[in-house]
Each structure stands twice: as C-alpha cells, then as structure tokens.
Ligand binder design. Structure first.
Ligand code: SF4
Ligand code: SF4
Length: 436
C-alpha cells in the first residue's frame, strides 16, 4: 500500500478558461518554420535542401546523437530557406522554412510500424519523433529504454497540468482518453511494468470521469487514477513522483532510477496514435489564451506554424499584446514578437495586454519567509538571492541551491516582488561554472 503525502504548494488562479473548448484545427498557413532543435538533446541536421518538395510526415531532420529525436514535415510544399534563427533560449538554431501548397500530400515514409520485440518498440518510439509534450521535450524513446529496465515497476502519467490557463492535457483525456489508455497499455506491456497511475488535479472532473469510465469499460485493473490537490506545482516531475508513488526524487535523479517511468498524458496519447497510424508528430494541441486574444480556444496547429498565423485564426488581438508567453505563465518562456513558430513542446500561446503584463517594482526583503514556506522542497530562496548577489558559491551550495527546480512558487508569493526564480537560476549557473 502506497503511503501518499502532499508537499507544500501554492494556490494560483487557475484561469482554465478553455477547459470546455473542444479542439479545433487551424488551416494550413502559407508558410511554416520548423526548428531542428525540438528536443532537450542534440539538434538535428537538415535532410532536405532549398527547392526540395516535401510531404507530410517526411523526415526532414535527424542526427546520430544519442539524446535526440527526428523532425518531420508538418505540411507538403517546397523548402524555401534553411536559415539560422534566434531561439527562445537566446542561441541560434537552424530552421527549415517551407512554403506550403495546402495539398497535404502524405509521405510514402508514413506507415504503421512492425513491432516484434522490445527493440522494435523503442525504435518505433524514436521514429515517432516524440518528445515530452508537457514542456520538458526529453526524447520519449530514451525514457522508454532505461538502463535498469528490470528494476522499473510503475508507469506514472502526468495529467496534473498545474500551470494556469493551459488545458491541452485536460482536453487530451476528454477527447482522446482511449488513446491515453492504449498508450499506457503499450508501454506497460513492452516494459513489463506492474502498475500504471494517472495523476490528475481535482480541477479536471470531466477528464477524470472520462478516464474512470474508460478504465471500467476496458475492464482494466492495473491502472489507477490518483486525484491531486489543485495547487501549484503538482505537475513538477519530482513533486508528482513523490505524491503518486511515495518515492523521494532528488535533483539530478531520473524517475527510472527509482523504478518509475514518467510521461506526460498527451505524450502517451499521441504515441498511441502513432502506433495506430504511422504518422509521426507533425501537429499538436495548444491552448491559446490571455486577455489580448480575441477568441481563446484549444487549437491543433501544425508544428512550425507561426504565432501570428495562430492568433489570426483565433480572431486576432483584442488589444496590443505586451507579453507573449510560450507555455504556462509560471514556467513558460516569453518570446519577442509573434513571428516565432511553435515546436513539439509548445503547450500554449498566452498573449497579455499591458495591465496583465505589468511587472511591479521590487522592494526590500521583508524577512517574511513566505518564499521558504511556499517551496515544495523547503529551500530558502531569500538566502539564495543574497548569496548570489554576494557571489558566495559556498553558501549557495550549503543551502542546496541545486535542489531548486525553478518552479517560480517563491517569486509568486514574495510580497517584495523579488525575482527569486531568476536569481535561483543564475545562482545555479554560478555554482556550475565554479565547479567546472
Ligand atoms: S523556484 Fe526553487 S526555491 Fe523557488 S519554490 Fe521553486 S523549487 Fe523552491
Ligand atoms: S518572500 Fe520575499 S520578502 Fe519574504 S522573505 Fe522571501 S524574499 Fe523576503
């Protein structure tokens, strides 16, 4: 019997405005810009040249690096350019720009994989191009092939979706619940896992009810739904693993080292679709929201579609967007302008007007300790901030800054509006540099 306890968390307004928005498909835009850097691993090299005609599902980027995932064309059309573009992380990345012909000709490469062994299964997972769709973008086939496979016993599916505004995972369970179960069954069978869990926040009653109904209908007795409090950050990897399985996961430890295979719920559902159709990941569901968007909704967008085309499909801007965030407001990344394309791990596009985007002025620390009590791991962000200012690496280490997962709970609760998550990130970089 698993003893379940909850870690400290914070209450943030949920803003799940699009929870009832059935996913709609945007039309193919005139042009897409597909990044070769769509996983946490090595970037891919282009497999096509300017002027080539490409089809939907055709492999257009790959690499032999171990941690990587191939990239596929989401459209049919002609390669217009292969260019260097500044990515959301600040560095340059290669993009393949395709002028679409709107015919959506499907590539001959697209076929249902033949699976006779575990090795076939892992190869097929790589051929799907899947990476974690929750935002981590870790290549899925690597997660499904841990070194200590014999010690792995649980599959934990992350359906917490604790970031405000985002409802893509919620909709996956409502619209594609059978795919989620089929994906779990595939993983559990090939990895010989004894039990599966789906961790869902309580603010998704319709999704939980649908998954329960499907589990009953399929007469499944080795998959359990675990309802989690609706608070932030229940979907963080280390928090979820602890709250679902009772296993304590330190920073730098992989879930598989604790016997747990952890995957995002949309990743599992889309992976199952690939095994049924042979179509690799060429589109994804994103939540489009924020007070600057005319029509917030969930949208299937082709990978590489630019934000400007997506917003146009959503009725355009209601007001001048002062801040555009890719992902959720807590851990997502602000992007400059709306020219950026979406990648496999973009779960949302949030556009905020001046009022919502306003950054209030920082004041002196009040020594209130709210940042400390908000931290799921009981860390002391105010001390990190001071130690970072003083360039005191020994103190940063002594207070365990490397345990910080940069969830932002401390910054959110700080009445002095100190940018604690940012100083934590910079402090971690300082520690890494000092030890290299
Ligand atoms: S950002 Fe780091 S220090 Fe702040 S609450 Fe999250 S884990 Fe704790
Ligand atoms: S929450 Fe802000 S004001 Fe309070 S102790 Fe932490 S850093 Fe200081």
């Amino acid at each position: 019997m698993i003893q379940r306890k909850h870690l400290p968390s914070i209450h943030v307004p949920h803003h799940k405005n699009t929870a009832n928005s059935e996913t709609v498909t945007m039309p193919i835009p005139d042009e897409v810009s597909i990044s070769m850097s769509q996983s946490i691993g090595a970037p891919c090299s282009p497999l096509v040249a300017v002027g080539d005609y490409v089809k939907v599902g055709q492999r257009i980027g790959d690499t032999e690096a171990f941690v990587s995932a191939p990239v596929f064309s989401s459209v049919s059309g002609t390669v217009k350019a292969i260019e260097q573009v500044r990515g959301s992380m600040g560095g340059f990345e290669t993009h393949i720009v395709i002028e679409t012909d709107k015919k959506q000709d499907v590539s001959e490469e697209v076929r249902i994989p033949d699976i006779d062994s575990f090795e076939d299964f892992v190869k097929a997972a790589r051929d799907s191009g899947m990476v974690g769709l929750g935002g981590a973008s870790f290549p899925t086939h690597i997660k499904l092939n841990p070194k200590n496979l014999d010690e792995c016993e649980y599959l934990v599916v992350n359906a917490a979706e604790c970031e405000p505004f985002l409802t893509t995972d919620d909709r996956e369970m409502i619209e594609n619940g059978q795919d989620v179960l089929d994906g779990m069954r595939l993983i559990m069978n090939f990895l010989n896992l004894k039990k599966g869990f789906i961790g869902i926040e309580k603010n998704k009653p319709a999704a939980a009810a649908n998954m329960r109904r499907l589990i009953e209908q399929n007469e499944i007795d080795d998959i359990e739904i675990v309802m989690l409090p609706s608070s932030y950050p229940k979907g963080a990897e280390r928090v979820l693993v602890y709250e679902v399985t009772g296993k304590v996961m330190d920073a730098g430890v992989l879930p598989a080292q604790l016997g747990v295979i952890l995957d995002n719920v949309s990743t599992v559902g889309v992976l199952a679709e690939f095994f049924k159709t042979g179509m690799p990941i060429i589109r994804r569901r994103i939540t489009v929201d924020g007070d600057a968007v005319a029509k917030p909704q969930n949208v299937y967008v082709p990978i590489g579609a630019r934000i400007s085309d997506i917003i146009k499909f959503c009725g355009g801007y209601r007001k001048d967007p002062k801040k555009i965030v890719l992902g959720g407001p807590m851990m997502g990344r602000a992007t400059k302008g709306d020219d950026s394309p979406i990648t496999k791990n973009t779960s949302g596009v949030l556009c905020f007007g001046a009022e919502e985007a306003e950054v209030k002025e920082e004041t002196a620390c009040l020594n209130c300790q709210r940042c400390h009590t908000a931290c799921p791991f009981g860390l002391m962000p105010s001390i990190f901030a001071d130690a970072y200012e003083a360039k005191d690496v020994e103190k940063l280490n002594r207070f365990k800054i490397m345990q910080c997962m940069e969830c932002g709970s401390c910054s959110y609760t700080c009445p002095a509006r100190r940018p604690l998550a940012l100083t934590n990130k910079l402090g971690k970089m300082m520690v890494k540099e000092a030890s290299s």
